[in-house]
Design a protein around this ligand. Sequence first.
Ligand SMILES: NC(=O)c1ccc[n+]([C@@H]2O[C@H](COP(=O)([O-])OP(=O)(O)OC[C@H]3O[C@@H](n4cnc5c(N)ncnc54)[C@H](O)[C@@H]3O)[C@@H](O)[C@H]2O)c1
Length: 256
Amino acid sequence: MARFTDKVVVITGGAGGIGISAGQLFADEGAKVLLVDLDEQALGAAVDQIGSKQVSYCVADVTQAQQVQRYVDTAVERYGAIDCFLNNAGVEGVLKPITDYPEDVFDNVIDVNLKGVWLGLKYVMPAMAAGGGGSIVITSSVAGVNGGPGLSAYVASKHAVIGLMRTASNEGAGSNVRVNTVNPSPVDTRMMRALEEFAAPGAAELARKKFEAGIPLKRYAEPKDVANIMAFLCSDEASFCTGGVYMVDGGSTSSR
Ligand SMILES: NC(=O)c1ccc[n+]([C@@H]2O[C@H](COP(=O)([O-])OP(=O)(O)OC[C@H]3O[C@@H](n4cnc5c(N)ncnc54)[C@H](O)[C@@H]3O)[C@@H](O)[C@H]2O)c1
């Protein structure tokens, strides 16, 4: 079933684990895909990995308004519209208590995970509305609904984007722009490698086992688990879904 024939999808964090998996899924289902990320080499490798002529890239830093405007313009000029937007780029920061958390790292996490998402909404929503509407999926996290020690900036940013989503879903409804969040528990990507190393320096595999033990389904999500719900939310099957928080967490948030 090709749900996205002739649809245009923009994915920030497009060279990362979830971004590539989503790019693959949307391309496989007929979409034209623009991957947006910081590093040109990584973007080129992501396009090669997906291996579809329907996929291209744009280098942009999501924290910079002019660069956000540029990826929006690139999508519209190259493909004619933006039908689906995965507002997905993110960074984890460090694992330290608030009292030891470096201020510059806090600022960077908020800049990428919150301001970057806000800028994406600010510039994509008018382009999407001009094309008759579409679907925006923001990647929040279980850290968007639960607290936990050591990740203050990340937890704050992932809670905050749920607020942005709720506002944007109201503001977009009149133009047929739907906005939702997906909220994964640990996903098997670079980001978890970094967090495992913070949690247990030199013993990342042990940290992984401990994280997995706390998840009722006893495993990390695969990037495809997240891509699948993103695709559902962007499809016509989700035409009545807006303003929602969609957990992809193996039961984590129901187990406390
Ligand atoms: N991996 C997990 O366990 C997990 C769990 C819940 C939510 N998430 C969220 O999923 C999203 C994707 O993460 P991932 O797991 O694919 O990690 P990842 O590190 O593989 O991918 C993140 C991508 O975002 C890009 N990025 C960072 N700063 C950017 C900037 N300023 N401008 C443009 N791109 C930038 C990175 O270069 C990277 O390619 C993030 O928002 C993350 O917070 C991840």
